[in-house]
Design a protein around this ligand. Sequence first.
Ligand code: CA
Ligand code: CA
Length: 726
Amino acid sequence: MNRRDFLMAAGLGAMTLTLPRALHGAEGGPRRRPNIIVILSDDMGYSDIGCYGGEIRTPNLDGLASRGLRFTQFYNTARCCPTRASLLTGLYPHQAAVGHMTEDKGLEGYQGDLSHRAVTIAEVLRPAGYATYMVGKWHVTRYDTDKGPTDNWPLARGFDRYYGTIRGAGNYFDPGTLTRDSTMISPFADPEYKPERFYYTDAIADHAARFISEHVKQKPDRPFFLYAAFTAAHWPMHAPEEDIARYKGKYDGGYEPVRARRFQRLKELGLIHPEWGLSPQEGDWSKVENKEWEARCMEVYAAMIDRLDQGVGRIVAELEKQGQFQNTLILFLQDNGACQEAIGRSGQMTRPEKPTLPEIPLDAVRLDVIPKQNRRGIPTLQGPGIMPGPEDTYISYGINWANCSNTPFRYYKHFVHEGGISTPLVAHWPAGISRRGELEHQPGHLIDIMATCVDLAGATYPAEFKGAKITPPEGRSLVPAFQGRPIQREGLYWEHEGNRAVRVGKWKLVAKGAHGPWELYDMEADRTELHDLAAAQPERVTEMAALWQAWAERAKAVPWPWDGKDKADTFSKQKRFELKQGDSLPRARAPNIVGRSIDISATIQPEAADGVVVAQGGSNVGYSLYLKEGRLMMAVRDGSAFTAVAAPEKLPPGPVEVAARLAKDGTITIDVGGKRAASGKAPGLIPRMPADGLQVGSDENGTVGDYAAPNEFRGKIEKVVITLGE
Ligand SMILES: [Ca+2]
Ligand SMILES: [Ca+2]
């Protein structure tokens, strides 16, 4: 029993030994570790909320800001899934295998499913004595239907309780993939939550408040971690009518006055430098045809944020009621910049008088992101003939309003210019942050949230977890910044859809698209990225581009899926590989198995019934020689064609010679101790070079066989020889 366990067991709960002195109570005595609440919002711009210059009513967030700290240069990753993966794990998104969205692109950094080489904040804080709760949008697994598997859902990744949606987007009045703990439910057949009218933002806030109150009743001696991932204000523009009414007419003047007012307010608040220019205007209000509809889009958007803020108020009120407000760190931030995606903005639809489609039963679980219809049978209504807001509509607010939301920055969600990656960060903690209403100008990034939680909880970030080696954390604790002290770091990096950036000190190098040229900006003089210095400072560009490349290779951002076809001449020409236990060959140095027969021989001495002898590839394509329940197996995978051949008997004890072969016609054979043990037939040779490399003694990242990565071999692998045919 270590000291912390002792304190826990003794019911003392409070482990303050690792906390800096300044975090101790005013009386100088040890203070209880804080509760930590991370509130994330979805698809909002830098200047939407009041305390960051917006005209939208956010008194609760503004209140937290006035009693806490606002970071002016905090960064996310420019998109929903990668941000969530990065925030949860303290890694860059590609290291958590979510470099893009929840689709397996057959590349190590792009598997669309949270890596088991990563741990979540909940998995790290729970062993340190924290209770762990999550509400809202998960969106870091590709297994997002009611069929599961659920082993990458919140309860399997460290959370004690969960209420929310496994996928992103969805209808606010009837969200798809709504889940309580690990069971998908219908909001209209949920005995545990029966509001008068279901609205997802309210449901998230209500469950956050409920988890807090139940925590205090059930586990009063333990601190908690709560991750509240609201979906506001992601499309569709859906909000309760009473909130929309508050914004009626507010946007009738169009885009320009909103931007001008926000730009002015940002300067007054000190959030931006008075010398910086304003990004170019998108859209011309005088030319907008459907002005009433266009203004209504922004009214609904504002109402969604207003409602989100009311939800934050409910969380704050519950903390106060439960006596937890003083010693809870609340962090509020946004997952990416404002969203320019055009969803449901064209067409000629009108609302039918009667339902035109069959009803969907109220107890049916819905999975749809963009539903085709509502439960009553009204088709989903889109286009400028339909006013956004009600539950049968599905419309986004468009690029021109996104440009307003992102005042003063350029570009949007997806891009790693400042408009894509800049977010407010409000940090509120009366017992721990004495700077009230101040601004903190140091850059920070999502990767820092894990480090901050570990720091405050006195937790240990594990080197190994559930048998897998864990990638070391990338972030820095923000606790020094809370106290106005500097954070040291080499740089911050981004990659999304080939958009790239690196920031070192005041310099930012950024490019648009996989082949776009580098642009260089001095962020102290020009954070709105209007004066490209790349041509004037070619040496700095070369130097920073090299930093980005080294990071991209280390952090699995490359190889990336944005370049099209493989070039075969970049792969190894070697035909025979002599390998030893623990060897790992990256893709470029791994055997070029495309269209070639593969012979494997090895001498092994297993000490467990399961484990990989050698594997190359992953869940899309590859081969693996492994032990399952004591029997030797060879698997070959090509897309949905998966062939596995197993020796009928368990391996004999002691060192044993084994061999496996994939022959030209697809025949698979397994030999044990020089004798044929099994044979079978795959459709043919392997037609594509797998994205994953080769490992001896494990299968990293995506797995070829039907086991979880890395499935490490226990015992001895003496030598592995792989020989390729012509
Ligand atoms: Ca988002
Ligand atoms: Ca693999």
